[in-house]
Design a protein around this ligand. Sequence first.
Ligand code: ISL
Ligand code: CA
Length: 535
Amino acid sequence: MLKWWQERVVYQIWPRSFQDSNGDGIGDLQGIIAHLDELKDLGVGIIWLSPVYPSPNADYGYDISDYTGINPEFGTMEDMDQLIAEAAKRDIKIVMDLVINHTSDQHPWFQSSREKNSPYRDYYIWRPGRGKRPPNNWGSFFGGPAWEYDPHSGEYYLHLFAKNQPDLNYRNPKVLAEVKDILRFWLNKGIAGFRCDVINIIWKSSLENGRWRPALKGLEHYLSQEGCHRILQELRREIFDHYDCFTVGETVFVTTQMARDFLGQGELDMVFSFEHMGADELLIKWFKRRFSPKRLARALTKWQLEVPWNANYLENHDQPRSVSRFGHEGEFWEQSAKLLCVLLLTLKGTPFIYQGQEIGMTNFDYTSMEQIRDIESHNVYQLAKRLGFPPGLRWKLIKASSRDNARTPVQWNGGPNAGFTTGKPWIDVNSNYTKINMESQLNDPNSIRSFYKKMIALRRESPVLKAGDFEPVAIEESLFAFRRKLERESLLVLLNFTQAAVAAPYRGQVVISNYDRTSYGGRLEPFEAVVLREN
Ligand code: ISL
Ligand code: CA
């Protein structure tokens, strides 16, 4: 028996860039409410809201200054209640982002903790330096050291992300007690679960120096530690078990073994892994290599086989657009976007669609750092400068990997600012909105958006696509083929990731194809995807 969160499709909203309703250039809750009918029509069953809490926006919502409030830029708590109620009317559940590895440095807890004798001192990780050097050699995810000196209290605090995001101290039981209150607050409002931000690094086993690594020195002291498992077990027992909800962990650097450990005892219901994102990366995301479909297929296959239930995704607010990365932005834009749709919706697991993915939105077309808003991009740009990278190369790295690639406003129509706002958008709209926009796709039966709707419906009506076993058939540069099998039913998925036609000598009845074919003759067109019924 599948659970509701295994049957449904999740749609991720990054609110700041979804839809502005009041002309201030910033997406908001009323903007989301205005599009609920469209999301329902698409077939969405769950919305994951990236953070909507008050935040100074150093990391656009992932630096929270009040866990039980609503960012006034996005609206009020009444708007939030309305969103939950309006979504419920359409049988759509809302999942919140839970960011508890760190808070904002503007959170009252942190402000108070800067006083050495504050009762909040121990909510964070404060240590004296080693002479003029930080307490250890750890590096931050956003580049540079993971410690910041606070002259006010004469000590350093740990921040694995930006210096405006101090890490919480889970050795202090009061911190976990606060987290439990936050969880109850939202669950009592009718929230259906949480996407748990970098949840596998919240427990630091020691503060010893890290051994050498190409990036992120110190990782071995906090990645997927026993203490993290203990915390998640406690939350499961005391909180989650008492509600009809689910959790998906964003688990960085996670291996399939670690994933099984998190799932095995029900600590988390599923996790996001990153291995398949490496299909065009060299060690770290800033160094790109040519996209290899085979590497993508191999990583996905490994996770399909070794983990019982996956959180499947090709895009989110941290990753470049999938059609630009794994598909073809030019001639085969439409075909390749649909191919990626078939892949996402036929894998075993819960599919996560990111806003704009369903209309084939592409990476940004910016030409300068001034158009970039993301703190990570700016930090890395500066770091590369200090390391002596020439300007052309620096820009190339940012352009290919910046998180702002996914954060341009959703392109609703061909009018001013793509219909995102009547004001000045907080970040530039991609100028391809006249060609790529929702309005032009909504009523076109052959659009990418219509294809997503069809694939979501197909999955909903198909027990084998939801629950069937995954069996790899071909993992090659030009062909990724796999079976889904349930009892006597068998579907074969064929995906051509290249610009050339390829032979794929298989047989079966066509269930769906992005080339609209009705019969299959053993050959796939460029970027063609076909699902065949084998019995
Ligand atoms: O995109 C990344 C940096 O290159 C990832 O390493 C990312 O930082 C990591 O996946 C954690 O992401 C999550 O936590 C961050 C936040 O900035 C991201 O938006 C969020 O998804 C800190 O809260
Ligand atoms: Ca607004």
